[in-house]
Write a protein that binds this ligand. Structure first.
Ligand code: G
Ligand code: G
Ligand code: MN
Ligand code: NA
Length: 254
């Protein structure tokens, strides 16, 4: 309850902020994007994880204004880096189920993109399998609208949900995010390796890119590269960064 009531205040009192985890291409090792990750610095509880408060916000509906705040913040941050003359890369934003199915999502995003002046292709929305399989026909429709705005769609935590493979080709996705659960024991677990290999070849055959999550060791990175994975993120490559540090990383790319 403390969290539930506190969330609106947290937004007003600027206790929420986004961290930016860098993402890299595996062929050239270039910085190609950031995933925006929400943090709540609570005055008494300290850092509260979104894993705790996002489910609450989904229940009480606060996820809608919260999600708008996340999108606006990520886009404004990108626009600010761009004004500073820094290289522009894509930014990925997590979208929850309630937010995805809320009417008006598309119009809001379109307006926020216009406000930011950014090319829509620089925005990526990360959707989970459960978001889409709740109501796949509607998901196909909403994803079609989002796709027409020119932004990119990624399927988050891929392999942990229960997507029907027949929907994958109708979902207008740019890439699959290979869940960190398959990456963790990639070197020792033959089955995880088989699953990751299958995801990469499925993606390739459907014309989708792959990005591996939770890469914590150089050995995982090397194997993923060898297996043909396109991109990666994880503590080995970079932790979620404060905006200022993320800007410095962008500046170091020039
Ligand atoms: O960064 P961290 O591992 O603490 O994130 C925990 C969970 O919270 C992850 O599942 C992540 O996708 C989710 N999450 C982080 N930021 C956001 C956000 O802005 N919106 C939504 N809906 N989920 C987020
Ligand atoms: O559900 P989603 O994939 O959006 O959540 C990403 C979560 O994974 C975030 O909470 C982020 O902080 C966390 N994360 C990012 N990189 C790593 C990593 O290398 N190892 C682990 N264990 N978690 C990571
Ligand atoms: Mn994510
Ligand atoms: Na994920």
């Amino acid at each position: 309850l403390l969290l539930e009531n506190g969330l609106r205040q947290a937004m007003e009192r600027q206790q929420l902020r986004l961290l930016y985890q860098p993402q890299f291409s595996l062929d050239e090792g270039r910085l190609i994007g950031f995933e925006a990750l929400l943090r709540w610095q609570h005055p008494e509880l300290g850092m509260v994880s979104p894993a705790e408060f996002i489910p609450l916000a989904e229940k009480n509906g606060f996820i809608v204004p919260l999600g708008e705040w996340v999108l606006a913040s990520a886009l404004q941050q990108q626009a600010s880096w761009r004004r500073q003359g820094l290289p522009v890369v894509r930014v990925g934003v997590n979208v929850s189920a309630v937010q995805f199915h809320h009417p008006g999502l598309c119009e809001r995003i379109q307006a926020q993109l216009a406000d930011s002046g950014l090319p829509p292709a620089l925005l990526e929305l990360e959707l989970t399998e459960s978001v889409m399989m709740d109501n796949p026909e509607r998901a196909v429709e909403v994803m079609g609208q989002l796709h027409r705005l020119g932004l990119q769609l990624a399927l988050d935590d891929f392999g942990t949900g229960y997507s029907s493979l027949s929907y994958l080709k109708r979902f207008r996705l740019a890439r699959l995010k290979i869940d960190q659960g398959f990456v963790r024991d990639l070197l020792d677990d033959e089955e995880d390796r088989a699953i990751v290999g299958a995801i990469i070849s499925l993606a390739r055959n459907l014309g989708l890119q792959t990005i591996a999550e939770g890469v914590e060791h150089a050995s995982q990175l090397a194997l993923l590269r060898q297996m043909g994975c396109d991109q990666a993120q994880g503590y080995h490559l970079g932790r979620p960064l404060e905006a200022e540090q993320a800007g410095a990383l962008l500046a170091s790319q020039v």
